[in-house]
Design a protein around this ligand. Structure first.
Ligand SMILES: [Zn+2]
Length: 229
């Protein structure tokens, strides 16, 4: 598969090309869209579809795609290279607070988001996939209880612990969208293999962040010793 490339600008243009009536109803219902792309790949384009009440979570998700991905170790990104290469050009992510079933996310058999349910000329009739994410569930989810607690304990309190928890939330979301994209690309692959890959991504990316954050922390302490010594 060689997916067509859809740019954030093309999405914007397409959304604005629709009738004023449709856009008005959509806006009034609170529907918003936020495109996000990995900095080192032109496909897939992730399109976060969310309610204006969930703007904060939608921004965190786009940061996960646009920043956290490129900060993850090379080995983490390489593990998804072939998978992302085969992914459809457009991946719609319906961001929700929770799911009735209690799952963190699902892959949808077809695109349900109305604006993207049909292929459009304006988007080069790009192939599209769709998933949903329940972000409050994800926030509360203990991805790897033992190693998460060990990493958590390396930050005491205050702003560094808060930064850590925000990063952790974003990496959980990122690992889930990679997980669902993997399911889409390899429908035959067993759940445990797909899960193992996405949890390794999460674990290794979070561990690398902690290494980096604690290294700069000890550097600051050393400097202050030097100054008062
Ligand atoms: Zn799964």
């Amino acid at each position: 598969m060689n997916p067509a490339i859809v740019s954030p600008a093309a999405i914007h243009e397409y959304l604005h090309s629709r009738s004023g009536w449709i856009r008005g109803v959509e806006w009034a219902s609170g529907r918003r869209y936020l495109p996000a792309r990995f900095s080192d790949r032109s496909t897939p384009l992730f399109l976060v579809a969310y309610s204006f009440r969930d703007t904060r979570a939608a921004r965190q998700l786009s940061l996960a795609v646009e920043q956290d991905w490129s900060l993850a170790p090379d080995s983490c990104r390489d593990a998804y290279d072939a998978i992302l290469f085969q992914a459809p050009g457009l991946m719609v992510i319906q961001l929700r607070r929770s799911n009735v079933c209690g799952c963190l996310g699902h892959l949808h058999p077809a695109v349900r988001e109305r604006a993207f349910a049909e292929p459009h000329d304006a988007l080069g009739r790009v192939a599209a996939g769709e998933m949903d994410l329940a972000y409050r569930r994800i926030e509360a989810w203990q991805a790897l209880p033992l190693s998460d607690t060990a990493l958590d304990a390396r930050f005491l309190e205050g702003s560094r612990l808060e930064d850590f928890r925000t990063k952790q939330f974003r990496l959980k979301m990122l690992s889930i969208i990679l997980h669902e994209t993997h399911h889409l690309v390899s429908p035959q692959e067993p759940e445990n293999a797909i899960r193992e890959r996405s949890l390794s991504f999460y674990h290794d990316a979070l561990a690398a962040y902690v290494e980096n954050a604690t290294a700069t922390l000890s550097l600051t302490i050393d400097r202050s010793f030097y100054r008062f010594g």
